[in-house]
Design a protein around this ligand. Structure first.
Ligand code: ADP
Length: 463
């Protein structure tokens, strides 16, 4: 009886002991899981707040090393082209650093050349598999003096190392190196799980940082290329400006003499010669317009365009331009009509010469791009907001929808423009837009498309 009692107490004692042991184990497990969760949330925060890959790797390795008290935590980048692992950041325990200091080496600063040809790393990089070794030398054999390994082995702090490939979209972007004071088999399952759980977070964070770095580099390069393009554009404008200036004087002379010949200043010309001189005169005039356009563009781009403001009647100006162009319109077998409310006030404070150039260009374009029919020019005044609207509507070749948004950019010509009118630079509307905008006004084009005619509208503020 007595012996039974004794026996049952021993059984009870053993039970209590195993319960305590199991509770202790569960507690430990919970503690590591908690740690992992808190580490994951820290890593997540780091990945959001840090953009530089080096800074990110430094913070990640420091945090993991401090939280889990590992001996070495390191992140290396893999360069596929060079087949090289380069260190990004390493964090080490105090005692390991002391060993390193005594040898005056920092193993985490060494490159690992040709890892895919290196027996330990080849499986990690080529097959994207985790590598495990109990020999630190396997990892650092190329870069570390032998004595260091002997010392490390003798001190017995580092028992094993695990190297994880950092994989994004099936591509290894680096490796995560972990050296522990235990061998892998001594790690509990939950510890192993805990370690693998942050590998993915590290891969994603590092990839994001690398992409950001690449974007910053590309952005810088684009910025520099842009600066260079601006310089070249400036040089080109200066060249065009100079060349146009030089062309102007001989052109004026040719045009002047051709005009004198046509007017009979050197006697009556035989019909054949007269026709030839007329061609010379017209071509020189077209060339003068071209040179004028180039000069205007270079003045605009160099900010040298001068505006002479005065008060004048816009209605009078437009009427005069229309009258001036009537012979040209008639010669092209087209019609032109001008309409406005005569009782409205069209006084404006503007540069008369520049506005004349713009309206002349718009009407001239309508003549050029209208094979048959004609154009209606109108002026309207909104007396409430003093807005004056000039409108020219033609029955011409129209403008395709896809060209409309680019119409006022330099050198834009619609695909059909050449068929109707070979002469043209695609600069007139660009210059017109700049001039109207300098007056605080607006200019735009409307068209229902090819062969549906076009309308050009200019809005200015009157007095
Ligand atoms: P250019 O007439 O010398 O080519 P512009 O800058 O004056 O240059 O005009 C640019 C382009 O806009 C023209 O080439 C033509 O394609 C289109 N365009 C201008 N006015 C008209 C219009 N009234 N009808 C149809 N297309 C036009």
């Amino acid at each position: 009886m007595l012996s039974f009692k004794k026996q049952s107490r021993t059984v009870q004692q053993t039970d209590a002991q195993s319960v305590t042991e199991s509770l202790y184990k569960q507690n430990l497990e919970l503690a590591v899981k908690n740690k992992t969760l808190s580490l994951l949330s820290k890593l997540y925060e780091i990945s959001i707040l840090t953009l530089s890959p080096k800074e990110l790797a430094k913070k990640i390795s420091e945090t993991i090393q401090a939280d889990f008290n590992f001996e070495i935590v390191g992140i290396m980048l893999y360069d596929k082209v060079k087949d090289e692992l380069t260190p990004l950041a390493f964090s080490e325990s105090k005692r390991f650093r002391e060993i390193e200091n005594s040898f005056n080496v920092l193993i985490g600063t060494m490159d690992i050349p040709l890892p895919t040809k290196h027996s330990f790393f080849s499986g990690i990089i080529n097959n994207k598999k985790i590598g495990y070794t109990e020999e630190l030398q396997d990892i650092w054999k190329f870069s570390t003096p032998k004595g260091v390994f002997e010392k490390i082995r003798a001190d017995g702090h580092i028992k094993s190392s695990i190297v994880y490939p950092l994989v994004i979209e099936n591509r290894v972007i680096g490796v995560f190196i972990l050296s522990l004071n235990r061998i892998y088999n001594q790690l509990a399952t939950y510890e192993k799980e805990s370690i693998t759980s942050f590998i993915n977070v590290i891969s994603v964070a590092l990839d994001k940082a690398l992409i950001y770095k690449q974007l910053t580099i590309t952005n810088d390069q684009l910025g520099r290329a842009n600066e260079r393009l601006k310089e070249l554009d400036q040089q080109k404008s200066e060249f065009i400006s100079l060349a146009s200036h030089q062309l102007r004087s001989p052109l004026t002379a040719i045009k002047g003499y051709a005009s004198l010949l046509l007017e009979g200043d050197f006697g009556q010309l035989p019909e054949k010669i007269r026709e030839t001189v007329e061609i010379i005169y017209k071509s020189t005039q077209a060339m003068a317009v071209l040179v004028g356009d180039y000069l205007d563009v270079s003045r605009i781009e160099q900010g040298r365009m001068r505006y002479d403001y005065s008060n004048f009647d816009l209605k009078e100006l437009v009427e005069n331009i229309v009258d001036e162009l009537r012979p040209t319109v008639a010669a092209a077998k087209l019609s032109i009509k001008f309409e406005c409310n005569q009782s409205d006030n069209y006084m404006i404070h503007a540069d008369m010469g520049k506005l004349k150039q713009v309206f002349l260009n718009l009407i001239d374009n309508s003549i050029k791009y209208t094979p048959k029919g004609g154009m209606e020019v109108s002026l309207n005044k909104d007396n409430q907001n003093k807005k004056i609207t000039f409108r020219i509507k033609d029955t011409g070749i129209g403008i395709p929808g896809e060209v409309l948004p680019r119409l006022f950019e330099k050198f834009t010509r619609a695909p059909d423009a050449n068929k109707v009118n070979i002469m043209g630079t695609g600069l007139g509307l660009y210059v017109a837009k700049k001039m109207i905008e300098a007056h605080g006004g607006k200019i735009w084009a409307e068209s229902d498309g090819k062969d549906k005619g076009s309308t050009f509208v200019v809005e200015l503020i009157g007095l």
